[in-house]
Design a protein around this ligand. Sequence first.
Ligand code: NDP
Length: 328
Amino acid sequence: MKSKAIRIDRNGGPEELKLVEVDVGEPGPGEIRVRHHAVGLNFIDTYQRSGLYKLPMPLQLGMEAAGVVEAVGEGVSHLKQGDRVAYASQPPGAYCELRVMPARCVCRLPDAIDFETGAAMMLKGLTAQYLLKKTLPAEGLEPGDHILFHAAAGGVGLIACQWAKALGLQLIGTAGSDAKCQLALDHGAAHCINYSTGNFVEKVKEITGGKGVKVVYDSVGKDTWQGSLDCLRPLGLLAVFGNGSGPVPPIDLGLLAGKGSLYMTRPTLFTHLATRESTQAMANDLFEVVGSGAVKIPIDQRYKLEDVQQAHRDLEARKTTGCTILTL
Ligand code: NDP
């Protein structure tokens, strides 16, 4: 069987993303073959393309998609032919029509959730889930607590704004323009700071009456991590979960002592998705908030699979908001 796919043969800019035709075979033990209906675009795809995250070449990119199971390999019991499914996958390979992949990371999609929503929400929604529910300060988080969430108008950001509100948290967002700040507010952020024009540390102190926040969720990295530490109250937690502006350099741990016995972590979704059970439990939580309408998945951009170079350019140029999907 043949499938269109997007592949890179070496690290570099968006121009390295090439449309190719690949052969797709039968699933082996523990695998399924899935026909995609939509594919999710994620900022992590740009790290794998550029070489910030090194992976063997040639590389078929893409870590999120939704579709229908066409064939099931030996030993796969939780899926059958014809099931509607969605996934966040490691290793990558989702930029294609048809794919053979490990079944472990794939979940059945509830009937009420359409394929585009499924493709847009798995990697980003499961990330919001583990950040808000499992990446917590030593003192825990309670309704009414302030948290700071950078890049709040992005894919993970707009999901986190809504989910935090549903949990009763006062999410202070940051974003790169006034229009993006308005979008974050419209999605449930209690406050949003335009960090391209204002000092977010001062604004966070103002909003919290000088106390600071219990947690900062920072996916911007290089440009924000120092300010993020200054936004924390004593014993607060800085979770650096991305490198939007570049990675955080090696740091002197003494900094954390000087600013009030702070905690710092560098979490990744795939630790939380290590087993089928944990993946399904987290997905069920996501399906519930999306099914109930508490979290709506904002698909703000759609590109054809063939136009993936432009999708990468727009994502890296901060032109996108919310989620982006590739259509087939
Ligand atoms: P986004 O839609 O949030 O896009 C990235 C956003 O980062 C931009 O829109 C921009 O928003 C902001 N940004 C700040 N500085 C820069 C810069 N110099 N260049 C480009 N963008 C910048 O992407 P995703 O929702 O796909 O992912 C959000 C982040 O979460 C990414 O950093 C990603 O790597 C990380 N992530 C981490 C995971 C983990 O488990 N560790 C899992 C999933 C995602 P603005 O203009 O408002 O500043």
